[in-house]
Design a protein around this ligand. Structure first.
Ligand code: ADP
Length: 647
């Protein structure tokens, strides 16, 4: 039998050093982590056994066993779950997905080397927590249904681990912890009992231990004998099946940590049952923080919710159970209306699943609405973390669009940075004569606040929603209206803030008058910039700036174009409308010169420069930066010579 020594990946080693040397508080959670792993392994074996009875190997009673050896100073956690084959051992406990590790280490650096439990939780170093209490860990494991291939893995946590073939009678995994000298309290029965009760009471499978007791030999005499009895340490009560009023917050929190592998308490618990034609119980949690890989992993769509049938774990990967825009939810759904031997494939088509999904969406949206109305701070915490996910629903779930819009928050020109408004509150504040809900999309609040497009809105104190999540650009396409008020981008189409609440005829007349006055100037701009812009219009949205670029109502917005361009480099640019400000002194002068046929010899260059300026203020790249720079310096030079001429 050969023993192979392998090195941990450098990052794993780094991580292990941190776990071993930095995490002093809460070391007892190692037991919770190992029991959770054992319980997951049993769930998987039990599920496989539904279709392949042979993996039971005449050992049908699922069980997690804790054994201690006071002389050897070891504590062993055993399970008769799925076990691991040699490749799985290497993959699962020899390496950690290196991108995750790197992320974790970066976060550590940001936190000045502080390894907080929250960080560990986000990262999920579950198994490695064994090294907080042990100076050597031995794993003996064998895959269910494969009696010939058992593996012995061992490591002191410093640099390398060994793997060797071994034999093991029963399927499953034994994790043997050789306790550090100052960690021997974990050999005591009372301590183990206390930790199991605290963290793993609801684990569905029995966690047992051999307990030694002195028992009287007979009723009368004082003579005793030592007996060893196997005891189950946890109550195994499925927490979701218990009445709500009997469950403490601590119990909910511990259960949440068990299912989510998070170390923090949940933000909100949602526990309900449905009786009637379709019956199920659900215990869901809104996490406070997203796991570190939540926004980068594409396969976390449905992994948050475990589906049970009559308290038997079926899968944590049932896409049909929750819509993707609620993928931040964690917890359990337990149905009594599905057959136990259901396959994962047919699950998706089950009518019961569709009914549960519908009910679940309703319940979660009800809860979110309630939190929003009753505890705004809590809702904002949630929103900052998961708002961009929830918003996807506006695009994806037509039936719940209005409800989702109701609980969506935005920053606006009237909120402070980092504060939010709902669309209902926006409507509340709207002056009576304002008909539309105005918004603008862009990369950041700072950039948007500088946009000339906001000038007239600011002057008239009309509120504008500032949409700065990349997803907003996509979501807003489905938000054409809310409460019968149209949503209108202030960067698109015609907008006349001055006209709000005024007499239409009067406005029309005034507009026609100005247009007449500026007819020649507009024609001149059109002629000069004909290859670059779609149209030239007089602006009703500018006060101080001479010009700005806007998109035609049906065209792609500037921000959208930028997002798409990042993905498809060869996307042709969209031509936009250049709006010029008839109130601006420069344009007034240009207009009067042109009208009197005294066009300045540099007028074309000025038009080009104004167009370039509009590109810049729209945060778009210049088409020809060199020519732009040349023109600016020429103008500066001529301005200079004019000044010196005057002297
Ligand atoms: P996590 O449980 O969060 O995935 P761990 O570091 O605790 O992370 O475990 C890594 C992997 O090792 C698990 O995902 C599982 O595949 C495997 N593993 C750990 N413990 C056991 C066990 N008792 N039985 C079978 N597989 C296990």
């Amino acid at each position: 039998m050969s023993t192979k020594r392998r090195k941990f990946k450098t990052e794993v080693q780094h991580l292990l050093n941190l776990v071993i040397h930095s995490l002093y508080t809460n070391r007892e959670i190692f037991l919770r982590e190992l029991i959770s792993n054992a319980s997951d392994a049993i769930d998987r074996a039990r599920f496989e056994s539904l279709s392949d009875n042979s993996i039971l190997e005449n050992d049908p009673d699922w069980k997690i066993t804790i054994r201690t050896d006071k002389d050897a100073k070891t504590i062993t956690i055993s399970d008769n779950g799925i076990g691991m084959n040699p490749e799985e051992v290497d993959k699962n406990i020899g390496t950690i997905a290196s991108s995750g590790t790197r992320y974790f280490l970066e976060q550590m650096e940001k936190a000045d080397g502080q390894l907080t439990p929250e960080l560990i939780g986000q990262f999920g170093v579950g198994f490695y927590s064994a090294f907080m209490v042990a100076d050597k860990v031995t794993v003996i494991t064998r895959r269910a249904g494969d009696p010939a291939n058992a593996t012995r893995w061992e490591s002191t946590g410093s640099g390398s681990y060994t793997v060797a073939e071994t034999t093991k009678d029963k399927r499953g995994t034994d994790v043997v912890l050789h306790l550090k000298d100052d960690m021997t309290e974990y050999l005591d029965e009372w301590k183990i009992r206390q930790v199991v009760k605290k963290y793993s009471d609801f684990v569905e499978h029995p966690v047992t231990m051999d307990v030694t007791r002195e028992e009287k030999v007979d009723d009368e005499g004082d003579k005793t004998k030592t007996v060893v009895k196997e005891e189950t340490l946890n109550s195994q009560k499925a927490i979701w099946a218990r009445p709500r009023n009997e469950i403490t917050q601590e119990e909910y929190s511990e259960f949440y940590k068990h299912v989510s592998h998070d170390f923090q308490d949940p933000l909100k618990v949602i526990h309900w049952n449905v009786e009637g034609a379709t019956e199920f119980r659900a215990l869901l949690f809104l996490p406070e923080k997203a796991p570190f890989d939540f926004f980068t992993q594409s396969d976390n769509q449905s992994r948050g919710i475990q589906l049970y049938v009559k308290r038997v774990f079926i899968t944590d990967n049932c896409e049909a159970l929750v819509p993707s825009y609620l993928r931040f939810l964690r917890g359990v759904v337990d149905s009594s209306d599905l057959p136990l031997n259901i396959s994962r494939e047919t699950l998706q088509e089950e009518k019961v699943i569709r009914i549960i999904r519908k009910n679940l969406i309703k319940k979660v949206l009800d809860t979110l609405e309630e939190v929003k109305d009753k505890d705004r701070d809590q809702y904002v915490t949630f929103w900052k973390e998961f708002g961009k996910v929830l918003k996807e629903g506006i695009h994806l779930d037509l039936g719940n669009r209005e409800r989702l819009q109701h609980i969506t928050l935005f920053e606006s020109s009237k909120t402070d940075a980092g504060s939010f408004t709902s669309m209902d509150d926006y409507i509340e504040r709207m002056p009576e004569e304002q008909e539309a809900i105005y918004y603008i999309t862009g990369e950041s609040r700072e950039l948007l606040e500088q946009s000339p497009l906001l000038e007239a809105f600011r002057k008239h104190e009309i509120e504008v929603l500032l949409m700065t999540d990349p997803v907003d650009e996509w979501v807003v396409q489905s938000m054409t209206s809310y409460q019968d008020k149209p949503l209108k981008s202030i960067a698109k189409g015609d907008i006349d803030v001055d006209a709000i609440g005024k007499d239409e005829e009067e406005i029309k007349e005034a507009k026609e008058k100005t247009e007449k006055q500026y007819k020649q100037l507009i024609a001149f701009f059109k002629d000069t910039l004909k290859d670059k812009v779609k149209d030239i219009k007089l602006s009703q949205r500018l006060t101080d700036s001479p010009c700005c670029l806007v998109s035609d109502e049906a065209d792609m917005g500037v921000h959208m174009e930028k997002i798409l361009k990042a993905l498809h480099k060869d996307l042709p640019p969209t031509k936009r409308i250049l709006e010029i400000n008839p109130q601006h002194p420069l344009l007034k002068t240009m207009n009067s010169l042109i009208k009197n046929e005294k066009k300045h010899y540099k007028a074309e260059e000025y038009a080009e420069l104004l167009y370039d300026q509009a590109l810049l203020t729209a945060n778009l790249p210049l088409e020809d930066p060199l020519t732009f720079a040349k023109r600016v310096s020429q103008i500066m030079a001529s301005e200079g010579s004019m000044l010196s001429d005057k002297k």
